[in-house]
Design a protein around this ligand. Sequence first.
Ligand code: FES
Length: 82
Amino acid sequence: MEIIICVGSSCHLKGSYDVIKELERLIELNHMEDKIELKASFCMGNCTKGVSAMLNGKTINYLTKNNVEKFFNEEIMGRKTP
Ligand code: FES
């Protein structure tokens, strides 16, 4: 799996660094280091919807450090959170 987080200026201001930190923590916690490649990218063209990301080529918008765990559990671990 490949996750690319936008670190363009707009997403950066909206907290991409915190999103990346939180993803790193979740990847480690779930022992997914071998399965997930976490990358950063410049502007993905969705600045108004940041923090923007791509998961295996699928665009994900509005990530924050608060909702990234839900995204991780649902989209990556395939667990539904209540
Ligand atoms: S800066 Fe992230 S989509 Fe433009």
